[in-house]
Design a protein around this ligand. Sequence first.
Ligand code: FE2
Ligand code: FE2
Length: 182
Amino acid sequence: MDSGLKRRVVAFADRYNNAFLSGRFSHVERVRKYALLLADKEGADKDVVEIAALFHDIGLTVDRDHHEEESARLASAFLAKTDVPERERKMVIECILKHRSSKKTRTRLLEAKIVAAADALAFLEDIRGLQRLFYRLHGEAEADIFDKIERMYGKVTLPSAKPLTEPLYKKSMRYWKAKLQT
Ligand SMILES: [Fe+2]
Ligand SMILES: [Fe+2]
């Protein structure tokens, strides 16, 4: 991706991601980091996973329950005004639509598996940040965090992501068990 396009993608993503949380939305940066790392391991399309990582949650500003659809809608309107080839645009949209574990959708696209795994890894790495977010948005009960951790863990289907997931999963389970016992 050339630097001009990257700047536009980041600026567009920031507009939504910053509206969603005050300040830089660190979750998105973590997803981006893991998506690029996994794309490197897998020989996947790095531009596709990077754009999808930056855009995957922008729809949260519109409708949380269907945010993957809103993110996809916003992303496709944005991408239509760029020179990103149609094939890659479709891949980005597939990655965004299939990033959630709660929606039982399957994908065969490697890049989409990468973005879903990166989203889970980002969550497991920053469980406290995400928990703060949940409270702010929904007042979810603390106990629900274990379901969410299990769900995130289960969403990593990519073999190359497993060794990264395991220690983060164990660490976050330990953290929350200790925290909720006191
Ligand atoms: Fe999401
Ligand atoms: Fe996310």
